[in-house]
Write a protein that binds this ligand. Sequence first.
Ligand code: BGC
Length: 761
Amino acid sequence: MTKTLSSDLIPQWIGIRRPASSDPSPASCLRKEFRIDGEVRSASMEWTALGVATVEINGCRIDDGFLSPGWSDYRSRVQLIRCDVSAFLRLGANVIGVTLADGWYAGALLWQSERCHYGESPQFCAMLRINIGEEQDILIPTDENWRVHESAITSADIYHGETYDARLAVPGWSSPGFNDSSWSQAEVFSAYRGIKQPKRCGIIRCTEQLRPVSFSVSSDGAGWICDFGQNFAGVCRLVVRNQPRGNKITLRFAEMLQDDGSLYLENLRTARATDVYICNGDRCEEWTPQFTFHGFRYARIDGLVGSPDMTTLTGLVLHTDLEPTGEFECSNADINQLMSNIRWGMRSNFLDVPTDCPQRDERLGWTGDAQVFVGTAALLYDVRTFFEKWMFDLVDGQQENGAFPDVAPDVLTAKVPDSFGNAAWGDAGIICPWVVYWHYGKLDILREHYDAMCRYMDFQNETSRDGLRPETRYGDWLAIDAVIPQHAPVPSDLIGTAYFARTAEIMEQIASLLNHPEDTSRFQRMKQKAREAFRREFVTESGRVVGDCQTAYLVALAFDLVPEKLVEPAVERLVTLIHQRNDHLSTGFVGTPLLCPVLTKFGHSDLAYKLLLQDDYPSWLYPIRNGATTIWERWNSYTKTDGFGPVGMNSFNHYAYGAVGEWIFSTVGGIQAAAPGYSEIRIAPVPGGGITSASSSLRSPRGIIRCSWTIGSDNLELDIEIPPGSPATLQLPPNCAPSYPAQLSPGHHTFKVGWCAKLPI
Ligand code: BGC
């Protein structure tokens, strides 16, 4: 029954074999009873699943995770969770109880909610190792002796939701003494061929509970609409009293309401996003779905006997548990709301994988979105291990030709032609680890994936014509002028060539850091070739850039692709193009993150502020004027004149345009890394836009950095804190009298700097 130490004991993959079906499957219960005859000195459990699972010992959950062990490219890798479980064990009989569901492995995934992407039956694999002293280890591996049964969760699916029939609940099933003789023997599946990799990033947890802001009767009078006041990703805990046995309570979820007050569901596409609870008839019943999540602000409740109260539903905010590191606040309430929306956009989409959106039948690790947002993410939370983990997803999806996939984990390349190596998307494989290195100062992520990154550069090189990248799929995705996204005014080969030059430049630095001199010169040559191609093909002799739109100039100027003598006319043209739109942006996913940084880099922070503070369409604040609590996928996801944007793709919780957060934090706020890992710090706030004060802080790897500024009547007041060990410089805009210290020593500094020119900037 129990097994003592034997090095060749290998845990099996077990579960219930399920036929492929078009409907979500029930979750299964897996059970193992065993004895401990001695005092437990230590005990640890290592477990993983092809699917998602919760683990109990003697009736108690061993952790508070959701959707563990998370999503990886199961074809190559599963994440292994290791926990100390000694506190859960006791002398005598003990039980491990596991509830196992389809998750990303066998549940709906991708448009049309196709099921069984990786396999048909979810599987669980674990080893419990108990030390009772004197080199005596008891090993409890998963094997054919485990017992299995259907659970009370009659269907569980990430997109579609969960159904729990409380009448089927089996009390005590995960505690000792339960009679499992009517249960079946576990099915043993063939051995997993991929890697079991210890989980690098935190698990998904409930990090906050939201109370409803209001409950109102639905417009058809049949149910209730609960408003949480905040769009987020997670589930609802349901608490009901005095419901008849068998009563069916249905919860539906939406981000927005239609004009008549009903849920706006069209943007969910095929995701049913419906949770169902069938009551047992107890006086008070409580239920929290475990194996799904929804993106929502509103929940509609149907079937409840009686009226809900404020305790009926609680919103559980779910995401990978990351440590908050950056805070920003300023005197402008709209910008504070924008920063809050950016943070919520991140929280809603960092569930083990950085996803595009949390609500519709997609929720994929879109590389382009992550690439533009990683710099902002790294200022708000400690995302080092999160991106370390995701790099494996990217590399596991790397194609034979070296291209990185458009989504990681890669579920597209087998279905959609050319869904790899697309400009600004595949480049995430170079840019994300570089940004992570820059923020945390650890070379590991670069070292670990250096070969894969080199292969990506070879792919770019080999599929380019004399440095010129071919046209690829997305262009400046969702730019304002795009008739269809691929046909935005900026050609995709221009974006591709610009990114080729930029990634080669990054790789040149990485090769040098890792001491690969030959590669350093190889990437330097690649960079040169791509730059020359860019200039040859896309920059005219007078400094015009092909496409002649904001994004064309932005990538050219951001990545130093315009010849020195043409920089000025190119910047002027960019400014003119912005003025021609009445100081509004026209950019998509690629251009938007570059707008404010490029304007600041070339001395036009005043215009950057103007763009930032616009509040009519299209602008960052327009959604806020329309009640947004997260970042929208489109500038026109909703407009007062036209209502909801194109329904085929209209998420209200997409972080990509939130990439402006990096500029707000580092330029309005003023905290910047001047060297990797904040080993050198630059404090360089650029006050403007009528903002009278701003205050930011960052828990950097070197310690806390703070910068607050306030505009006084005749001076700028500064309050700065520098952690020990990092040299810091202070750089203020030219309208400040140059009487301030250029170097800041560790510690706390407060001083006032006079103006030498009129505001703004
Ligand atoms: C996603 C985007 C993604 C894009 C690729 C969309 O469906 O939601 O965020 O980057 O496809 O172009």
